[in-house]
Design a protein around this ligand. Structure first.
Ligand code: NAP
Ligand code: ZN
Ligand code: ZN
Length: 351
């Protein structure tokens, strides 16, 4: 077994704290990555606090992982020792269903194995995520980091990047399209950068007036303060596509009303409680309310290459591991600019 140290939660009500655990010994298809940085996704917070009612404890969060490969199994052809690599939200899937065969492991028909809160196929027990010193992952679920990318600022692309890239591409964001991004947090700021780079006219909806100037620098052509009814009304029925990244309860009908005929509102933010929708918001103008879940492995690599080509990385605030609960508290106040990334060099050596 590979002895690891990290930070994890043992119950929904206790803080994330130092935690020692074992990972499986690397098998022939596995790589071992020494983790350099791990992004802090709002999903980590939802899950350590059991807001989605499915958390298995102990829970070591973290699915925006970058580092360097320190060992490779005998069947590993894709990677070599010393190379930079990334791991996102998935570490396994059935690899045989129709979705997996299409490279849509995120929609695996038997369910993908999550980087944390999944099940280790060899030793059983929960999978443990990136708030730790190292990780053992099947090479199929490991991503190449393009040459020259800043490693720490690339970490958030492994979840926030792909979760926004995939629906933006699927619903055709590009020249001639008007695209809205709701919420300027980790996902939202990557959504803005990517939609802008794809060539769409991009509008940011925010509850935080203080983020207006940043949003423009990040790629917004327009910024709308969503609490201002007149500003919202002025955007009525003009959008082809809106991507909603909000992590808390909020009014959906206000955004559905901004879509043109046949427009789509895609929800990627995953609040704890159900959202309500007035059916006439979608009946009127034949609109769609949709969702999207991260992205498959081939598309994640495509997104990393797209970001490298367009010079896109996340805007990050680096934190020490022991500041994670402060980061969560700020996240709950929408005070993230625009992704916390943990420097794993600050992890205590023995937990
Ligand atoms: P985040 O950094 O905390 O950003 C969320 C943003 O939403 C905030 O910065 C804020 O932006 C806005 N917001 C927060 N509370 C709000 C409220 N009550 N009303 C309106 N707006 C509010 O979170 P994140 O890491 O980007 O994650 C966002 C959500 O996506 C989470 O629920 C996460 O679990 C989910 N997620 C889903 C997937 C997927 O595959 N579907 C993948 C990753 C994450 P403003 O200040 O600009 O209003
Ligand atoms: Zn995430
Ligand atoms: Zn499958």
């Amino acid at each position: 077994m590979l002895e690891c140290v990290g930070y994890g939660a043992t119950a929904a009500s206790t803080p994330v704290a130092p935690f020692s655990f074992n990972r499986r010994d690397p098998g022939p298809d596995d790589v071992v990555i020494k983790i350099a940085y791990c992004g802090v996704c709002h999903s980590d917070l939802h899950q350590v606090r059991n807001e989605w009612r499915n958390t298995v404890y102990p829970c070591v969060p973290g699915h925006e992982i970058v580092g360097h490969i320190v060992a490779v199994g005998k069947n590993v052809t894709k990677f070599h020792e010393g190379e930079a690599a990334g791991v996102g939200c998935m570490v396994g899937s059935c690899r045989t269903c129709a979705a997996c065969k299409e490279g849509l492991e995120n929609y695996c028909e038997v369910g993908f194995n999550a980087t944390y809160n999944g099940v280790d196929p060899i030793i059983g027990g929960p999978t443990f995520g990136g708030y730790s010193d190292s990780i053992v992952v099947d090479q199929h679920f490991v991503l190449k980091i393009p040459e020259g990318m800043d490693l720490a600022a690339t970490a958030p692309l492994l979840c926030a990047g792909i979760t926004t890239y995939s629906p933006l591409k699927h619903w055709g964001a590009g020249p001639g399209k008007k695209v809205g991004i709701v919420g300027l947090g980790g996902l939202g700021h990557m959504g803005l950068k990517i939609a802008h780079a794809m060539g769409a006219h991009t509008v940011l909806f925010t509850t935080s007036a203080g983020k207006t100037e940043d949003a423009k620098k990040l790629g917004a052509d327009e910024v709308v303060i969503s609490k201002d009814p007149a500003a919202m009304a002025a955007q009525g029925e003009t959008f082809d596509f809106i991507l909603d990244t909000v992590a808390a309860d909020h009014p959906i009908d206000a955004y559905l009303g901004l879509l043109k005929r046949d427009g789509t509102l895609c929800q990627v933010g995953a609040p704890e409680n159900p959202l309500s929708i007035a059916v006439f918001s979608v009946i009127w103008r034949r609109r769609s309310f949709a969702g999207s879940l991260i992205g498959g492995i081939p598309e994640t690599q495509e997104m990393l290459d797209f970001c490298a080509k367009h010079g896109l990385v996340a805007d990050i605030e680096m934190i020490a591991m022991d500041k994670i609960e402060d980061a969560y508290a700020r996240m709950l106040k929408s005070d993230v600019k625009y992704r916390f990334v943990i420097d794993m060099a600050t992890l205590p050596k023995a937990a």
